[in-house]
Design a protein around this ligand. Sequence first.
Ligand code: PEP
Ligand code: MN
Length: 334
Amino acid sequence: MIINIRRDSPQETLDQIAGILEQAMVCFRFTQFGGHPVFVTDTVLDKTLCKSLSKKKSVESIIDLPEPYPLCSLRIRPERSTIRIRNFAVGPGSFSIIAGPCTVESEKQVLTAAQQVKAAGATALRGGAFKPRSSPYAFQGLKVEGLKILQKVSKETGLVTVTEAMSSEEVKIVSEYADVVQIGTRNAQNYRLLETCGEVRVPILLKRGYSNTLEEFLMAAEYILSGGNEQVILCERGIRTFETYVRYTLPIGAVPALKSLTHLPVIVDPSHAAGCAELVPSLSFASVAAGADGLLVEVHPDPKQAICDGRQSLTPDEFAKMVLTCKKIRKAVE
Ligand code: PEP
Ligand code: MN
């Protein structure tokens, strides 16, 4: 349930409402949503409690939403959210293409990739500086040096940057250098990390945990929104199934399903789902046709030489060709 509070309400009244909820043993969070103070509760409030709260001058309305992710619910914002960063927008009316290498290897590699993906129509640059690797012996990323490279290339090309953080400390560091903080599939239910994402004022690209249901995915996003950061982009990147032919299985149905449940923009990462470059264009086309607000694609100037995920990275030419078809499909479904 969402209890909407009048903007100019004094602290004393907020404390009183918090006290009433605590006394009734109701778990809640107090936050700002759409520039409005709100209390969001865990359970549906009983009629007597609703009545006594409604009597308070500071209570503007009480909205009963049965879903466990009320701030993410489409019903709270039917017009949908747009996430904006400089010339980059994700949401209704935009089709956003975030592209670049899996990992930042050198300034030359990132600058080349950025120029190539920009020429092909990408609207943002990706590249990992803090890399979540399955093996502790594998390359772990250039870390802050990688962030500095991304920032320099962003200044040179005008592309906004998206890069991953794996800890609360990294969220703070990444938000100083990059435009969007990515939370990867392995950390999609790291609640303390998600709370830190709620505290910062940069957009968060939240990937679906590879074993998360859509409800769990939306509740992870709810952690960020309930912390006061409404700038969340959801990214479907494939889930683990019994199938081993592909790296993960891309559930295309998740796109229209999420869009029917939430106001947050939904993009798709076909690269990590496929695990091989040959499947990436088809999965991208299907995602666009299913109504995705954008794509996150791995592109490397020379995939064979890539330190990480070269097998699933498109060449700049393959990417450029794919973007042209995506634009045609987008136009057709619009
Ligand atoms: C990535 O985008 O580089 C990445 C590691 O993605 P995921 O968390 O989806 O595996
Ligand atoms: Mn990768």
